[in-house]
Ligand binder design. Structure first.
Ligand code: NAD
Length: 257
């Protein structure tokens, strides 16, 4: 049995992970972490496992951590995980460049799988977008994403990853060509630009479309998440894959390979 620490255990992804762990035969809930003001702290989520806000105590009860919470709690988790050499699966998005550097530093001592999207479909879509960007030279690229109204970061981590996949193939740094808003007298489109647009409404779990437009045609590569099960299955698969893995920063494509 691999004991899993779920970080953000009372959240949408946290609850889905708890269901996935309860249904599995080789994983058990080792610990469950929430923020210090959470109303359900102390409640029992599995036999003998109470919701806690103490990262160090939680890490001591686990063989691997799965984190779908907030950028600040991801970084706090890394401090505690490093102290125990605990492997970590990071699904939290909206982490800034300082956080990226902290994760890279932690990966020198810990095995970490980080993905903006743990679904198999998006992992494939990232490859398809890179391939399309290679073959459709000179085409204009924009990314559109739609998420539920509770999402707190924009553009989604997945939209950024898709845009980065296209930019990387075209030899561009995304931050130099990204356009996050168009309003007023914008002037004509810069042919090198990659636009990212975000919609926030209703309860959509996540939809992404990458557009490639050339003279007289447009190609659309799209993915729609219909439930959180695909993220959950991918994150649990990554957690199993991490067991005994050497320190390093891994991606979902490494897990699926
Ligand atoms: P959510 O708001 O429903 O859940 C987040 C949970 O984290 C909440 O219960 C919150 O109380 C908890 N939390 C906040 N601070 C904490 C702390 N200091 N310690 C422990 N827990 C804390 O959000 P969600 O929809 O479950 O998404 C969570 C994150 O995962 C977001 O960043 C989201 O973008 C990302 N996400 C990633 C994927 C993926 O495949 N990588 C898929 C879905 C969501």
């Amino acid at each position: 049995m691999t004991r899993v620490l779920v970080v953000g255990a009372a959240g949408r992804m946290g609850e889905s992970l708890l269901r996935g762990i309860a249904a599995s035969s080789d994983l058990s809930l080792g610990a469950a972490l929430e923020h210090a003001a959470h109303a359900r702290l102390g409640s029992e989520l599995a036999p003998g496992v109470k919701l806690t806000s103490d990262p160090r105590a939680a890490c001591a009860q686990a063989d691997v951590a799965i984190d779908f919470s907030s950028p600040a709690s991801t970084l706090a988790l890394l401090d505690a995980a490093e102290a125990r050499g605990l492997p970590v699966v990071i699904g939290t998005t909206g982490i800034d460049a300082t956080g990226d550097a902290r994760i890279a530093r932690a990966a020198k001592r810990l095995a970490i799988v980080r993905a903006a999207n743990f679904s198999i479909g998006i992992t494939l879509l990232l490859e398809l977008v890179a391939e399309a960007a290679r073959r459709l030279e000179g085409y204009e690229v924009d990314v559109l994403e739609l998420h539920h109204d509770q999402k707190v970061d924009a553009p989604s981590g997945t939209a950024l990853a898709l845009a980065r996949a296209a930019a990387g193939t075209r030899g561009q740094e995304l931050q130099e060509v990204a356009v996050y808003a168009r309003e007023g007298q914008t002037g004509k489109r810069d042919p090198r630009a990659i636009g990212l647009q975000s919609l926030r409404l209703g309860d959509s779990i996540g939809e992404h479309t990458v557009y490639f437009a050339g003279a007289g045609e447009r190609i659309e590569l799209a993915h729609r998440a219909l439930s959180r099960e695909n993220f959950t299955a991918g994150a649990l698969r990554a957690a199993r894959w991490l067991a005994g893995r050497a320190p390093g920063l891994y991606a979902m494509r490494d897990v699926l390979a």
